[in-house]
Design a protein around this ligand. Sequence first.
Ligand SMILES: Nc1nc2c(ncn2[C@@H]2O[C@H](COP(=O)(O)OP(=O)(O)OP(=O)(O)O)[C@@H](O)[C@H]2O)c(=O)[nH]1
Ligand SMILES: [Mg+2]
Length: 452
Amino acid sequence: MVLDKLGSALKSGIKKISNAIFVDKKLIDGIIKDIQKSLIEADVNIELVFALSQKIKKLAYDETIKGIDKKEQLVKLIHDEITLLLGKEKQLKLPKKASLMFLGLYGAGKTTTIAKLGFYYAKRGRKVALLGLDTQRPAAMDQLEQLAKQTNLQAFIDKKEKDPLKIIKQYSKDLEKYDLVLIDTAGRDGLNKELIKEIEKLDKRLKPDYRILVMPADVGQTAKTQAEEFQKALSIDGVIVTRMDGTSKGGGALTACAETKAPVFFIGVGEQIHEIETFNPESFIQRLLGMGDLQALLEHVKSATDEKQTKRIEERLQEGKFTLLDLYSQLEQMNKMGSMDKLIGMIPGMSAAKVPKNVLAKQESKMKHWKNAISSMTEDEIENPEILEKQTSRIQRVSKGSGTTTTEIRELLKQYKMLKEMMGMQSGLAEGKIDQKMMQKMAKKFRGKVKF
Ligand SMILES: Nc1nc2c(ncn2[C@@H]2O[C@H](COP(=O)(O)OP(=O)(O)OP(=O)(O)O)[C@@H](O)[C@H]2O)c(=O)[nH]1
Ligand SMILES: [Mg+2]
């Protein structure tokens, strides 16, 4: 998928926030670092990356926002800010009869994109003509002819004529019969005077409804300078970014376009004729994040932390009654985020086959073993697991009775101890018995240890 590295960094960041018991400084700093790294790898301007990090930090460090509220707000912030980086959606609205002129440097993907778009609009009922005005490159007309054949579209070309204005004249009557004319122009190494002059000449004669700049994604954030230069010299209406499939720098090209306020209408995502997509920042990000929509994402955060459950456990703790059963239900809560069935349902186009089965299976099997172990314990042992630790024979009995290894049982007891201590700290904090510093120390101590 396009920008998949960025996508997985964002997904993992959001998952970490959802699963965290404490959204503390260290967690946030780690997530920000991952997001920064992947944005910079996608060639997004460093200042934009820095500004985004500051916003995440500001919200994350705000101590007036707590618990699930903070998690939700953070996920929403990441989603919204990254979407914003990609700009606002602007659709290409074509009048009934329309002409589009494509501009760009050598090899940007103009000719290919014209064929792709011709194919795209013909499928949607438009009568499409392709007009070849690239008289610079010897093989340009052949290429357009070939592509037209492949897509079953009409191409108007002249392999011998060197003056594009004469080609226009030659076909102007024929073109009137079409309701969408896509015009291929010649590229240059850079935006030089010659190219500007030629485009201005064609523009004056053709008066196209849209002037569209075609840029390949691998130019990364230099797309900004290119778009600005074209904008200044020729006034463009929008951009098509091609070759999003072949580079990790697409993020730079897209965010650079957003900065110049030049709307990106389409992105090219492959060499094949159908590999073009309309560009909508919102749905683009949602696909990167792997969620159907923001609402589903937020629901997900909520379900990963069941507040009522946490409260109940806190109460139990205060009564001095945190048992293995409480641990089990707490772990089950934490495990919810990883519930693959639910996840699969939310990811468009995702099938069960793509999920690494062993990850899920491992988690579930561990939980099952623990559940069996707990059900082989006496009430006394469940209420006061400390007695198990003191008497190895008890552990052996439970192990035999439940088909669980003694190591697994010891692991369960270790988790219990840690979580009990941690929950104790948490309620202590709420009562003002423990200060923030101590809390952070505890979080540090437990990080990565509460696993199942
Ligand atoms: N992978 C991939 N390749 C693309 C895409 N769009 C265009 N290309 C390839 O990019 C190369 C250049 O494309 P052209 O359409 O010839 O570019 P152009 O801007 O017309 O080039 P000039 O006419 O020489 O200025 C070709 O090999 C295309 O197949 C895309 O979205 N993905
Ligand atoms: Mg071309």
